[in-house]
Design a protein around this ligand. Sequence first.
Ligand code: ADP
Ligand code: 5GP
Length: 205
Amino acid sequence: MSVRGQLFILSAPSGAGKTTILKKVMANVANLYFSISHTTRAPRKGEKNGVDYHFVTVAEFQKMCENNLFLEWAEVHGNFYGTSRPAILKQLANGQDIILDIDVQGAAIIAADATIHGVSVFVAPPSLSELEKRLCSRGTDNKETIQLRLHNAVKEMDAAEKYDYLVINDDLEEAVSTLQSVIIAERSHGHRLPSGEPIQLRGNK
Ligand code: ADP
Ligand code: 5GP
């Protein structure tokens, strides 16, 4: 029996620890695939094209918008980001579970789309001061960018209540374990094993 994949949507203010949590969860959970977004942002040190993001020019991004190739897209912190519609629909049809790391605007677009069923999770930092500390200690953004991201964080936190699940990333291992539990519970809800395989009771002796 073939089963459609499940879409998971993860949002958080920048610096809350979403990427760190995701890397650990992806290493532990089978049959879970990360959606590689397109962005006009410049690559950070260590980021690889086609792995972390598809890095594109503004003209290339606009062309994709015109051709309706994004399931959702948004301008976030001064750059464009978008999720490829054909890639996601193909993976879901193939029974793969996909996790999107997208901002609150993108998550709202998907929530309003009756043709897509996504399970949404918001990751919040324990406090704004801890968020600032994490943005500074990450060392990837200049002062101006950090201030913009902190300013945006306050608005983004207001959207948290619209999500299906809320995870506080205080203790990292606890946050990882909570997100994994959500994924496994949703699989069970869809009559699937923690591995993602469909459960077939008929024929069991
Ligand atoms: P995001 O992807 O949400 O922007 P990152 O995963 O890049 O955030 O994390 C931002 C910084 O915070 C990184 O330096 C990361 O190592 C650190 N970090 C993540 N989770 C925790 C945590 N629970 N406690 C302390 N530091 C953390
Ligand atoms: P960063 O530049 O730190 O990688 O990401 C900045 C923000 O853009 C994060 O909130 C991240 O979730 C969001 N983002 C990444 N990809 C997408 C996408 O495809 N669509 C939308 N709407 N947001 C995205």
